[in-house]
Design a binder for this molecule. Sequence first.
Ligand code: PLP
Length: 386
Amino acid sequence: MNTKFLDKTYISNTYKRFDVVFTHGSGALLFDDQGKEYIDLSGGIAVNTFGINDEEWVAAVCAQAKKLQHVSNLYFTEPQTKLAEILCSRTGAKKVFFSNSGAEANECMIKAARKYSSVSGNTSNIITLKNSFHGRTITTLSATGQENYHKDFGPFLDGFFHAEANNFSDMETLVESAKPCGIMIELIQGEGGIYVLEKEYVKQLEALCKEKDILLMIDEVQTGNGRTGQLYAFQEYDINPDLVSTAKGLAGGLPMGATLMFEKAENVLGAGDHGSTFGGNPVAAAAAVSVLSRIDDRLLSDVKAKSRYIIDSLNNAEGVCEVSGLGLMLGILPSKAEAKDIVENCLKRGVLLLTAKDRIRLLPPLNIGMNHIKKAMAILKEELAK
Ligand SMILES: Cc1ncc(COP(=O)(O)O)c(C=O)c1O
């Protein structure tokens, strides 16, 4: 029926939606209630790793739903253990905690880091970066370093400090005064405008954390699960983190968060310290097993090749000031029109894009075909040039 009317009447006003009702899709194509086709370069904000209605994904979800949809974390279940084993063997993590979202995966990192302070002798303070985004719960908002998300929701939790990204001396000074138990960073600040941390800076942070027994916590909610051309972006930076959070694309469209605990942090949380009713739900876990099993070397090199193609076709294009990002997590700073207007115009022409601050943001399904990339790029370039 009248979806837009019912939405406006009954759903909380928190989302400013585009004027379109989607009904179905296939791969990187979406269709609205008028039958219009769209090429999806947004991927449900980095969630639909293999697009819409992907045959293998649907089969994995349906097969598990027919067997066992939920039984609670009081019992062992196979999909959860399979997923944990895959995550550990492919990252070097020792243990995993499952939840349902990015914010929850970060909450778990924060709890683990705070508890670890009793081992390290540091305070329970945590340092994050000024332009960061870590979620919408009060704790993860406290961790988030962008002031605009804080307005109206204080008071926030004590013990969060924000350092300037890519400025090591600022971090050193803050570490000296705050004596934190953990430093939490996004390697590419997604909501912060596809702002990429420099490798040397991240290496310096890693060394500092090691020296002071501070846990290095990487928020890979958006950068994870093949998005940057590595399974996790920390692998591109060649660092050894202590905690990694991920969510979004992990289960390819079902709610799933994971906190990966490496050697120092593996036994910090004990029985009763943390929990989540739906965390590691068998259907979501089966979906994630299917997703991860397909993020192999071939797919990752395809992601890099598609990324190269997009960057090359946009670099020096009319109306483009800068292209940032890694893999299929890209930001375009337009020079002529505003990002939000270009996104709006592309939507009218059947191409779905996102914004991140003043940039156009691209987070397409990882298996998007070159035919769709080429068609979407042609439209985007025309709009950028206007
Ligand atoms: C880096 C990062 N961390 C955390 C979150 C919060 O994730 P969720 O909305 O699943 O709670 C997001 C969401 O955009 C994110 O990009």
